[in-house]
Design a protein. Structure first.
Length: 120
């Protein structure tokens, strides 16, 4: 059985380095056969929002788009905060396919079940 890791990301375009590092760690964990869930809250929801995520890039790193695609293609899962999207007028059809919209209860259940949690 693989280790379960939850990574919570609340940064987006305003702090591309912090957002990128969350994905770097998530993809590293997937490469080590961990089961990884990213919980996107606050501005973290922009990292999977069409029309925005394509433009997030931290100096010295690959664009967020590449990290997100790698994460999804390697079996990573997303919970995207419903109230956070509503507050930002982001509709579900603007969120990338493969992402699950969720509220805090579902996210907290996953956090409690995880062996490790990281927060960015």
């Amino acid at each position: 059985m693989s280790e379960k890791i939850v990574i919570t990301l609340s940064s987006g375009p305003e702090n591309p380095e912090k957002a990128t590092l969350a994905y770097v760690m998530a993809n590293a964990a997937l490469a080590m056969d961990a089961e990884v869930l990213m919980v996107l809250q606050s501005n973290g929801v922009y990292t999977v929002t069409k029309g925005v995520y394509e433009h997030i890039k931290a100096p010295g790193h690959d664009p967020i788009k590449k990290h997100v695609e790698t994460f999804l293609s390697n079996g990573g899962k997303f919970y995207v905060c419903i109230p956070c999207c509503q507050e930002r007028d982001i509709s579900q059809d603007q969120i990338l396919e493969g992402c699950e919209m969720a509220k805090s209860g579902k996210a907290m259940k996953a956090i409690l079940e995880a062996k490790t949690t990281l927060n960015y």
